[in-house]
Design a binder for this molecule. Structure first.
Ligand code: PLP
Length: 388
């Protein structure tokens, strides 16, 4: 089956067995506990909803199928998924992570995981050579995001995985695949061990359910994570699982439209006199345009750009928009826009922001699936309010 068919059918077949109701949509199983006939025989494999739940199970099957993988696990949020993956590590283990990490991930690593004796080093892994200098016997995990947030830097997953495997076969390569979604990028097929998602963004796609996902082909990693999922308990509610499943059904359609709208807007912005720089992997001006074409089959709705001017111009522009909502998060059907230096990345030190290239004139948008003419008209009128 191809992608869009799998997204609609895997894990979601109507139950036509004796006594099954034949629902064409997976029901929301709210039960917290499941009865059995006798002490020895658990019923359909379900005992207690933290351990396993039929709606979550359907979502987990669908998640694995999106990346042609053997296993999927759903968590209560993207960070719950990341925290669960961190729990694979032991005191003394080392992690090498890309320096342009999602702020919440960096906070988790620095403020929580570190306290358990895991050490972190950060590097610009968009240059894979960096990795071979850093990797050691202690390294148990390589953590990358590609494209990164907000500057859409890419890491060469194939090169990083090959380098990691050659120098330390014990190190797991984890890719936070949130920005690309499984529709445009399949890290496991490029050599990664774990593909991780914040399903709050593109997978759910409607800004109405927080969630996270882990996808892997490694049986022993799956078994450990399934144990952690139950033992530590960061599971999503059946209703959130159902909303995420409903979102996944239209993932292929939405990603096509996000990508098409974003491409048009990125090209339009590049020609606008108030805009100093546009970052979008499908633009030839993107420094890793060739890698983007090789590693991804398309690009999502995230565009970052620098205005000519400073903080006041950025504020003026952002408060003049009518269709784009000024909000954090991304990946929903509605267009959102934000100011990384004052919003999503405000917790970073000014020095680190400067080092990463996050200026006061940087804007990040998540282009939705509205009519692109309306979006461009909105951007135009807001840019026109800035006096150069
Ligand atoms: C939003 C986000 C997360 C965190 O997910 P939550 O569901 O908000 O916990 C992790 N990684 C990336 C790349 C994100 O954009």
């Amino acid at each position: 089956m191809q992608f869009a068919t799998r997204a609609i059918h895997i894990g979601q077949e109507p139950n036509l067995k004796e006594g099954g109701s034949g629902d064409v949509v997976v029901p929301i199983h709210m039960a917290t506990t499941f009865a059995r006939k006798e002490v020895e025989s658990p019923p359909q494999g379900y005992e207690y909803s933290r351990t396993g739940n039929p709606t979550r199970h359907a979502l987990e099957l669908a998640l694995s199928s999106l990346e042609n993988a053997a296993y999927g696990l759903a968590f209560a949020s993207g960070l719950a998924a990341i925290d669960s993956v961190m729990k694979l590590l032991r005191h003394g283990d080392g992690v090498i992570a890309c320096d342009d990490l999602y702020g919440g991930t960096r906070r988790l690593f620095e403020m929580i995981s570190k306290n358990f004796g895991v050490s972190f080093s950060y590097a610009d892994l968009s240059m894979p050579e960096t990795l071979s200098n850093l990797i050691s016997r202690r390294t148990k995990m390589i953590w990358i995001e590609t494209p990164t947030n907000p500057l859409l830097k890419l890491c060469d997953i194939r090169k990083i995985a090959a380098c990691a495997k050659a120098q330390n076969p014990d190190a797991l390569v984890v890719v936070d695949n949130t920005f690309a979604s499984p529709y445009f990028q399949k890290p496991l097929s490029l050599g990664a061990d774990i593909s991780l998602h914040n399903s709050t963004k593109y997978l759910g796609g409607h800004s109405d359910a927080v969630g996270g996902a882990v996808i892997t082909n490694r049986g022993e990693v799956y078994q450990q994570l399934k144990f952690i999922q139950n033992a530590a308990g960061a599971v999503p509610s059946p209703f959130d699982c159902w909303l995420t499943l409903r979102g996944i059904k239209t993932l292929a359609l939405r990603m096509e439209k996000h990508g098409k709208n974003a491409r048009e807007i990125a090209q339009w912005l590049e020609r606008h006199p108030h805009v100093a720089r546009v970052v979008y992997p499908e633009l030839q001006s993107h420094p890793q345009y060739e890698l983007a074409k090789k590693q991804m089959t398309g690009f999502s709705g995230i565009i970052s750009f620098d205005l000519k001017g400073g903080l006041d111009d950025a504020k003026q522009f952002l408060s003049s928009l009518r269709i784009f909502s000024l909000a954090e998060s991304l990946g929903g059907v509605e267009s959102l826009i934000e100011h990384p230096a004052r919003m999503t990345h405000a917790s970073l030190t000014t020095a680190l922001r400067t080092q990463l290239g996050i200026s006061d004139a940087l804007i990040r948008m998540s282009v939705g699936i509205e009519d692109v003419e309306d979006l461009i008209r909105d951007l135009k009128q807001a840019l026109d309010t800035i006096k150069l």
